[in-house]
Write a protein that binds this ligand. Structure first.
Ligand code: GRG
Length: 352
């Protein structure tokens, strides 16, 4: 027996994202303060919205041509990359989102691939880490973005892999996790970017899998939600950062999937649609995308498989020959809860 609060409200979330899409592209919204306050996130927001729609089985719910036109209007001719909004400077994050959107929309021919590759490679520092843009902020997020983007463009062979991996290895901490730079505290978001970069580069051997898997399992709180580091609050987006890392380590069963599923569903807005960081808060497209992506990895019925490494539709990544050896939970056909409890699984692992 399932109640409405136990179900993902797909039609409502689709129309929530469609309404945001209208706000993104329509001219009259340029008189709206919120349009300008969120301009620096526009390209990412389109990627989050589009990917969430793909995961919910509605890839065509936003206008394709308008979306591609918007992406191309953010091209920074001087730098050879994409900004988040027309006339913004190019940044590696908006460049990855632009590539992901064009790949998803099967419009990669719009790209000047050589120039984009040159822009990305120009951001690698002598230490091996990447900067986000010409202003020079460094972060392991940007290393992952470079690896992901080059891989999607079929140009990974242009990367100095050893240099890239060496920097990530230096960010590994005593708890098995990774931080944003050398010496920085482990954080689930940074664990995702480091695991995913190492997965793409076939270098998972540098990870202390047992220690990191336990650290990731310890992110689950009594209410079922996951936090990003010890003593912090749960947040729906960690459903993706933690689950994707565990799926790359093939340890997804370390999480109580029923409790996490209920937590994510309880953060839905049952009136206007969208998912928030936690129950009762305002929804946004970031948490909607990562909540739905988390549910997909948990085998929630009716959703489409998402690739946890690239955070894009799994079928698309597979078609490009880029799939790595991750494991999600089997897609359920009904709404019954899964039979295995975490205690059972961990006990049986311990016994063997
Ligand atoms: C293509 C999926 C994809 C990603 C691109 C930008 C990026 C690469 C990854 C971001 C990874 C990351 C660091 C996620 C964490 C985001 C987040 C919720 C940060 C909040 O940090 P704090 O310190 O929050 O404000 P806590 O929860 O620790 O209190």
């Amino acid at each position: 027996m399932s109640h409405e609060k136990d179900l993902l409200l797909v039609p409502l979330h689709v129309s929530y994202i469609q309404n945001l899409g209208k706000a993104c592209f329509l001219q009259h919204n340029k008189n709206d303060l919120m349009y300008h306050l969120t301009a620096h996130l526009r390209m990412n927001a389109i990627y989050w919205g589009l990917t969430a729609l793909c995961t919910m089985g509605h890839p065509e719910a936003l206008a394709r041509d308008e979306m591609i036109d918007y992406v191309m209007s953010c091209w920074d001719e001087e730098a050879g990359g994409f900004g988040a909004h027309p006339d913004h400077d190019a940044h590696i994050l908006s460049t990855l989102s632009a590539i992901q959107i064009l790949v998803t929309q099967d419009a990669i021919e719009k790209l000047d691939i050589d120039r984009v590759v040159k822009f990305i490679l120009s951001l690698q520092q002598p230490s091996g880490v990447f900067a986000g843009d010409s202003f020079g902020e460094i972060d392991t997020r940007f290393s992952y973005i470079a690896v992901n983007a080059l891989s999607l463009l079929g140009r990974l062979e242009d990367l100095d892999v050893d240099k890239t991996v060496n920097y990530i290895v230096q960010c590994r901490n005593f708890d098995g996790g990774f931080g944003s730079r050398v010496g920085a505290e482990s954080h689930a978001g940074q664990v995702f970017v480091c695991c995913a970069a190492l997965t793409i580069l076939d270098r998972l051997d540098v990870i202390d899998t047992p220690t990191l898997s336990w650290w990731l399992a310890e992110r689950q709180l009594p209410n079922g939600g996951l936090n990003g580091r010890p003593e912090k609050l749960e947040d729906v987006c960690y459903s993706f950062w933690v689950l994707s890392s565990l799926s790359m380590l093939k340890k997804l069963h370390y999480i109580d999937s029923d409790k996490l599923t209920s937590f994510i569903l309880s953060a839905q807005d049952p009136e206007g649609g969208g998912i928030a960081d936690r129950p009762g808060d305002m929804p946004d497209v970031f948490h909607t995308h990562f909540g739905v992506a988390g549910l997909s990895l948990l085998g929630y019925p009716g959703l489409v498989d998402i690739d946890p490494v690239f955070c894009m539709p799994a079928a698309l990544i597979e078609k490009k020959g880029l799939r790595k050896g991750w494991q999600a939970l089997e897609r359920r056909t009904g709404y019954e809860k899964s039979s295995a409890t975490v205690e059972n699984v961990l006990e049986s692992e311990h016994a063997t």
